[in-house]
Design a protein around this ligand. Structure first.
Ligand SMILES: CC(=O)[C@@H](O)[C@H](O)COP(=O)(O)O
Ligand SMILES: NCC(=O)COP(=O)(O)O
Length: 250
């Protein structure tokens, strides 16, 4: 059975770093320690307002991965109509994740509506793929949109998991898991790979991994960095990898 890859999102390391002009905590050192502990990749979301990840962080992480971690994946997220495509053209990461966020948005909180956006994103997906970059579309758990994601040229979708995370541990949990499983099945049936992310944690991860078929990658940042403040990066990554393994176990 395929093991779900863990991609660590280091946005929040950059957020703390940006509150002083001292360069600490280091984003590249956080990535190094997470990769040494077994993380399969690094994710960044260089928002246009540079509230956390800055262009220099993206370039330095690209060099770190290329020189020291060639088997690890670099996943750059963002809105392709803002600053994202400049990074895709310059760095050609293994994966780009198109996220329909507005410039000042508090955080990502919805997926694409391809019934209205397909025509706009199609050429940018084609451009990224022509550069050899895998394209993932940030999507709500809506089975109807999955065939559209395939038709517009995406390789994968990333399921926006906040609704599941908010339901975890409540009577709504199973209903949300069923909804996400149905969306994943629709994505797989359409020939798409399945990623997931947003508000995933070491507590809610096992149930999600167990319920959602074909889950290739989870990208996790906020909760993981919060845990690393208590446990350190290495122990935290170890516990997140264990959480994935617990979910994958029969
Ligand atoms: C797309 C998504 O759900 C997250 O990867 C996003 O990067 C979160 O952004 P913030 O870290 O700015 O909340
Ligand atoms: N795509 C999700 C991601 O990269 C991190 O989201 P979060 O764990 O910070 O909510």
């Amino acid at each position: 059975m395929m093991l779900t890859a863990l991609s660590v999102n280091v946005n929040k390391v950059a957020l703390v770093r940006n509150t002083r002009h001292l360069g600490i905590p280091s984003v590249t050192r956080a990535a190094q320690l997470c990769l040494e502990a077994g993380a399969h990749g690094i994710t960044v979301h260089p928002r246009p307002d540079a509230r956390h990840i800055r262009a220099d962080d993206v370039r330095e992480l690209h060099v770190l991965l290329k020189t020291s971690w060639p088997q690890a994946e670099f996943n750059i997220e963002g809105n392709p109509f803002h600053n994202l495509m400049d990074f895709v053209r310059e760095l050609k990461p293994q994966q780009v994740t198109f996220v329909p966020d507005s410039e000042g948005q508090f955080t990502s909180d919805h997926g694409w509506n391809l019934k209205q956006d397909a025509g706009r994103v199609r050429p940018l997906i084609a451009e990224a793929r022509a550069l050899g970059v895998r394209v993932s579309l940030f999507m709500d758990a809506d089975p109807e949109q999955m065939a559209l994601a395939k038709a517009v040229g995406a390789d994968r979708i990333e399921l926006y998991t906040e609704p599941y995370a908010a339901a975890w541990g409540t009577p709504r949990q199973q209903g949300e898991l069923d909804r996400f499983a149905a969306a994943a099945r629709a994505a797989l049936a359409a020939g798409l790979g399945v990623n997931a992310g947003h508000d995933l944690s070491r507590d809610n991860l096992p149930d999600f991994v167990r319920a959602v078929p074909g889950l290739q990658e989870v990208s996790i940042g906020h909760a993981l960095v919060a845990d690393a403040l208590e446990l350190g990066y290495a122990e935290t990554v170890r516990q997140y990898l264990q959480a994935i393994e617990r979910g994958a176990a029969k």
